[in-house]
Design a protein. Structure first.
Length: 109
C-alpha cells in the first residue's frame, strides 16, 4: 500500500498562529524510515515530488510544502520545500507547524 500524506500550502504571517495545527514530525515518531528501494520505490522518481512542489513555489502558487510517502508502514520519502513564512523569510522544515485546509486531497491506495 502506498500513501501520500501532505502537500499543504504553508502558513504565512497573515494567519493566526492559534488555529489548530499538525506537525509532520509526529508521523516519523509513529513510523520507521527506510530507503525507498527497501519498500519497492525509486529514489529518483520520488524526487519528482520535490520538483513539482518547487515549481509551484517558483510560480508563486504556494509558499512551500511538506511531503511524505510511506509504504508498508515505513516512511520512504519526507521532504520540505520552500518557505514556512514568506514575510519572515522562514524556510519550510519537515517539523514546521501549519494548518490543514482540506482533508479531501490525500490519495487513496
Amino acid at each position: 500500500m502506498l500513501s501520500l500524506i501532505g502537500l499543504v500550502q504553508s502558513q504565512t504571517s497573515k494567519h493566526s498562529k492559534t488555529e489548530p495545527a499538525v506537525t509532520p514530525s509526529a508521523a516519523t515518531a509513529a513510523s520507521p524510515t527506510t530507503a525507498p528501494e527497501g519498500v519497492g520505490l525509486s529514489s529518483e522518481r520520488l524526487e519528482r515530488i520535490a520538483s513539482a512542489i518547487e515549481k509551484s513555489v517558483d510560480d508563486g502558487r504556494i509558499a512551500g510544502g511538506v511531503s511524505l510517502v510511506a509504504r508498508h508502514g515505513k516512511i520512504a520519502y519526507f521532504k520540505a520545500v520552500g518557505m514556512a513564512d514568506r514575510d519572515a523569510k522562514k524556510p519550510m522544515r519537515t517539523d514546521s507547524i501549519f494548518r490543514i485546509c482540506s482533508m479531501s486531497k490525500p490519495l487513496p491506495a
